[in-house]
Design a protein around this ligand. Structure first.
Ligand code: GLV
Ligand code: MN
Ligand code: MN
Length: 417
């Protein structure tokens, strides 16, 4: 809604009602009966969500462009004729059985900022770009944040397009199938600033009753796929000391990782997928394949955790008489965001009377890739109980509106008129 600031000039304002309605609409795409939604990247569900987003962008008369990786950009051209821009972005793909806000809140708040300009009849000094990046979650294709990584040139285009899912389908094939194989090349758009608004996905803001998180950086991420090959044998007749049990070896890695996390205090370790073969109640597993997600805000400690895991795998292979191989799926160093932008977010929050705190993100975000290209920063709002990657993910409408208003105020300061 356009509200005059007393000088007769309309001031752009966030339309919370439309923002919440858009979030609800996207949350129904890929919905399951248990209250979650699954919209893995480049699936039919993802296509439906993309189509709606593009429709909303066009309704705001944004110039919609799609690049070779399926990243979607809605451009509101500034008075400078598009010479320079500020980008607001995030993602609309989800994990399996996801909550409604992760990623969608950021993209749709970007759209709410664009709407605020349109409804106030304001043309910003520089262009505003609203972006939705492909495969942020990394569930179907690894690495995660693949769209933004490719956009900033962090992976050669052909390599990004030939990444395969578990069924052997490449990113390029999946993009063509859903009609989002655009033709913009990496680097067609180089913004000067990137902002991402996101739910915290952790408990700090909610626990400390703070409204706004000023995100100073993102912790490092290391993903592995570990394959253990032992020997299948009878569960009832094979003495323990004669087993080459891939299942037992995998379980001991899980226990080792928990001890490692507890002993460092900063490293986080998760085995999020595991599969045993042949997978029968009375057969010792001949094979175990599982993923490991290691994270730490400190690069040296992350490297130490990787080294300790490698040593443990070697020791376990010897002790249990199994073969173990580990394939590195993802390695992203910790990222530090732009200090000046963080200061701006903090000032804007204070001017709105909102409490704020500085923090490091535990989750990965497209902002960490965009930080390779331009000044980047993130704004967090509280996640109730710190729950995310779960249908119970929840943020109040008051908090979502406050985050979007802080985003708008920062954009107004940066874009000028
Ligand atoms: C993205 O959601 C991540 O895994 O941090
Ligand atoms: Mn996210
Ligand atoms: Mn996520």
């Amino acid at each position: 809604m356009a509200v005059s600031d007393g000088t007769g000039k309309p001031r752009p304002e966030i339309r919370g009602d439309i923002l919440f309605d858009h979030i609800r609409t996207l949350s129904l795409i890929g919905a399951d009966p248990l209250g979650g939604r699954t919209r893995l990247t480049l699936t039919e569900e993802d296509r439906k969500a993309r189509d709606i987003l593009v429709k909303w962008m066009k309704e705001l008369d944004l110039d919609v462009r799609v690049d070779r990786f399926g990243n979607i950009f809605g451009i509101l051209e500034g008075k400078d004729g598009g010479k320079d821009s500020l980008m607001i972005g995030s993602h609309i793909d989800t994990v399996i059985h996801a909550g409604p806000y992760d990623g969608c809140y950021g993209v749709l708040s970007g759209l709410a900022v664009a709407r605020a300009f349109r409804e106030a009849g304001c043309i910003p000094g520089r262009s505003l770009v609203v972006a939705a990046f492909t495969n942020e979650e990394g569930v179907r294709f690894q690495p995660d944040m693949l769209g933004s990584l490719a956009f900033v040139g962090g992976i050669p285009a052909d390599e990004a397009l030939s990444v395969k899912d578990d069924g052997g389908t490449t990113v390029g094939e999946a993009l063509s199938r859903i009609g989002y194989n655009g033709n913009e090349e990496p680097g067609f758009l180089i913004p000067s600033e990137y902002l991402e608004l996101h739910v915290e996905q952790g408990p700090r803001l909610d626990t400390e009753k703070i409204r706004i998180g000023v995100v100073e950086g993102v912790q490092g991420i290391s993903w592995w796929r570990v394959s253990i090959t032992g020997k299948a044998n009878h569960a009832g007749t094979t003495p323990t000391n004669m087993r080459h049990d891939a299942g037992y070896a995998a379980a001991s890695v899980s226990v080792f990782l928990r001890d490692l996390a507890v002993s460092t205090g900063t490293t986080l370790a998760t085995i999020g997928t595991i599969n045993f073969e042949p997978g029968a109640v009375n057969v010792i597993p001949s094979r175990a394949v599982f993923t490991v997600d290691l994270r730490d805000p400190d690069c040296t400690r992350l490297t130490e955790a990787e080294e300790k895991l490698a040593e443990f795998l070697q020791k376990t292979a010897g002790e249990e008489g199994v073969r173990i191989s580990a394939e590195h799926l993802v390695r992203f160093d910790p990222v530090v965001f732009d200090r000046g932008l963080a200061d701006e977010i903090e000032k804007v929050a204070a001017a709105r009377g909102l409490s704020s705190m500085r923090m490091v993100s535990g989750a990965g975000h497209d902002a960490q890739m965009m930080a390779r290209m331009c000044r980047a920063a993130m704004i967090f709002v509280p996640s109730v109980g710190g729950i995310s990657h779960n249908p119970d993910e929840h943020t109040s409408e008051d908090d979502m509106a406050a985050g979007a208003e802080v985003l708008l105020d920062v954009v107004l300061k940066l874009l000028g008129d």
